[in-house]
Design a protein around this ligand. Sequence first.
Ligand SMILES: Nc1nc(=O)c2c([nH]1)NC[C@@H]1CN(c3ccc(C(=O)N[C@@H](CCC(=O)O)C(=O)O)cc3)C=[N+]21
Length: 283
Amino acid sequence: MTAQLIDGNALSRTLRADVATRAAALKARGVTPGLAVVLVGDNAASQVYVRNKVKACEDNGLHSVLEKYPAELSEADLLARVDALNNDPSIHGILVQLPLPAHIDAQKVIEAIAPEKDVDGFHVASAGALMTGASGFWPCTPYGCMKMIESIGYDLRGKHAVVIGRSNIVGKPMALMLLAKNATVTICHSATPDLGAMTRQADVIVAAVGKRNVLTADMVKPGAVVIDVGMNRNDEGKLCGDVDFAGVREVAGWITPVPGGVGPMTITMLLVNTLEAAERTPL
Ligand SMILES: Nc1nc(=O)c2c([nH]1)NC[C@@H]1CN(c3ccc(C(=O)N[C@@H](CCC(=O)O)C(=O)O)cc3)C=[N+]21
């Protein structure tokens, strides 16, 4: 049996249509949701991602501002820009594209963003809100993964979810979101001695490592839900995830493709968070 595809492009179209409707309603009340995207340096991948984010805003009735700075921008100057955006009433969400050049302390810049504008969900206040169940923005990638699982009507209660990867941006928040839905959660990482022994027990697997073929068919329980967060290039230079898609799709019950899976959902949840930031601002 071949797994059913969870189509991130199709789900994004549905969710973005709702964003556009709500953005239009806000606009009618005189508020256009605004996102500021700050890009430092000329990382080629970042240029593409940032352009996609700006285009997604435009397509769905959000206003966006792209600020590009040379790689030599000082940390103090970047902090000053963040402060200006914090105080700009036309901007409801601020995204500082990562990675930043090595001379800039990325965490310090993230903490400078006003939590109510932290639509990436990377601020310690946002992380704390997710951990405790308080209101705050959830990081877009794991949030998008949760929406994909929700879209197939899957009940996580009592299921075993295995997350591969423990980053602050994906693995850790992903585990907390799954836990909040009453899954039993295991987090695996580079020091896990037998990854397959863990994943073979999983009803849901989220692969977020950043390495090709981390998950192969022999590591998957028949019928499992497999979410692929990876963004890698194969030998032919084609975009691929962390999962051996061709093999795993013959075993899994559901699987997300790369491209067309988690990537577009990350951008969709950025739009959702920005819209909600705008909806929360008092008129
Ligand atoms: N502050 C910050 N926030 C981020 O959310 C953030 C970041 N920094 N730095 C880089 C990563 C990466 N990221 C992606 C988003 C969408 C796709 C995406 O839409 N991918 C398409 C394919 C795009 C292509 O063809 O290259 C897909 O999977 O179908 C990919 C990658 C957001 N990031």
